[in-house]
Design a protein around this ligand. Structure first.
Ligand code: ZN
Length: 198
């Protein structure tokens, strides 16, 4: 039975499709939106649409950006011969916050997970290998220390080492199963400085 009428039910349904939003949160958000001033709702809707329409992947590192190249890839002061491989743009942001990394990044947009049916072809690995044909000295693997993150790190290491490029892995200190985006800056910085050869 439709308790709320079709408009609000549709809104609840749409919100429920977002990650981390369950039935209860979706209802709470929907009622909050219904009670917001119309102008504010319009602003929210426009922000959603304009982000979706104007944000795309950097053609070099595949992080999210407004331009063809992100500010990091565009920068002349960054070390373009050192590439840190991360699972997503949130992890990139976490490393940027430490202010101690001077290289560039490569965003995979996921990790290999045989259990979820995510294979090497489903993440931006081919694009990484293409970048490595250029002048690259070191690949720092900064995937999460989850099973998927470790599997991905091993896979990349096996691909990259034969090319003769140095491959390192961020050190322990990042707790097992810990998501990089939730780790404090000091720990991340230590993990970076203490990275080990693979
Ligand atoms: Zn970029």
């Amino acid at each position: 039975m439709d308790y709320y009428g079709s408009h609000i039910s549709k809104l609840i349904e749409a919100l429920q499709g977002l990650p981390g939003v369950g039935a209860k949160s979706a209802q709470r958000l929907a009622f909050h939106i219904i009670n917001m001033p119309k102008e504010q709702v319009r602003g929210l809707a426009e922000a959603l649409l304009s982000a979706r329409e104007n944000v795309h992947y950097c053609k070099e590192c595949f992080t999210l950006t407004d331009d063809e190249l992100c500010p990091i890839c565009r920068s002349k002061t960054r070390n373009h011969r050192q590439i840190m491989v991360v699972e997503n743009s949130r992890d990139l942001a976490a490393y940027e916050k430490t202010g101690r990394y001077e290289g560039v990044y490569h965003v995979l947009h996921g990790a290999i997970s045989p259990m979820l049916g995510i294979g090497p072809a489903d993440i931006r690995l081919k694009e990484l290998m293409q970048r490595l044909q250029g002048d690259v000295e070191e690949v720092i693997i900064a995937t999460n220390s989850s099973l998927e993150g470790e599997t991905t790190a091993m896979y990349i290491s096996k691909l990259v080492k034969p090319i003769g490029i140095r491959v390192t892995r961020i050190a322990s200190g990042v707790p097992v199963g810990g998501d990089i985006e939730n780790i404090d800056e000091v720990t991340l910085e230590r993990a970076l400085m203490g990275r080990v050869e693979l």
